[in-house]
Design a protein around this ligand. Sequence first.
Ligand SMILES: [Zn+2]
Length: 223
Amino acid sequence: MADRYTGELWKIQSFVSGFENNAYLLTCNRTNKSVVIDTPNRPVDLLQAARSTNVEAILITHNHWDHLEGFEDVLVATNAPVGIGSADAHALPVKPQTTIDVSNGTLLQVGDITLRCITTPGHTVGSTCYMLPSERPGATPHVFTGDTLFPGGPGKSGSADAFRQLVDSIEKQLLSLPGETVVLPGHGQQTTIRESQLEFEVFASGQHREDLHGDVTWTGDNS
Ligand SMILES: [Zn+2]
């Protein structure tokens, strides 16, 4: 069964397939217009849910294969425009007919839903997060973080430079979001920005070796 989060204006369904990947379907309650976020392998349940909506956009968090194995299936089924960070777009398995600009700060409107694109290089050069702000005072914001931020740590980094860039992206672009923001990552369980801030403080107060990168956790031994 898909996990489900409901706001006043929208609902989010999450689906696990492929390499334990999360895909999300975000649907406007009023217009039934929707957005698919990431396209892992065999997106059967995702597509079944998506068919009862009008998919207006396919948004990709980054270009790693496990987030794109189902891309062609989703593209063929929906024929929707595709958004992916420009530095990651070359790796799409099929060239979409229509693309969406997802550069930093761009606002995407789908029915009553507004998503803000956040550029977060590090895990990949074109990694992009999608922020669903609070719809009214007191409502919970959500952010789709792909493999940039997980519960307990950042995504994998391929070099020390990439790791520094990833930490910089997380610190400036994500940990500055409201603490109550729910983090919906590309694999595994959700967390919150507040929880991530607390974990990051432990990391930031510690000593780390110069060439630190790879699979890093905020609170583990990274010396
Ligand atoms: Zn990845």
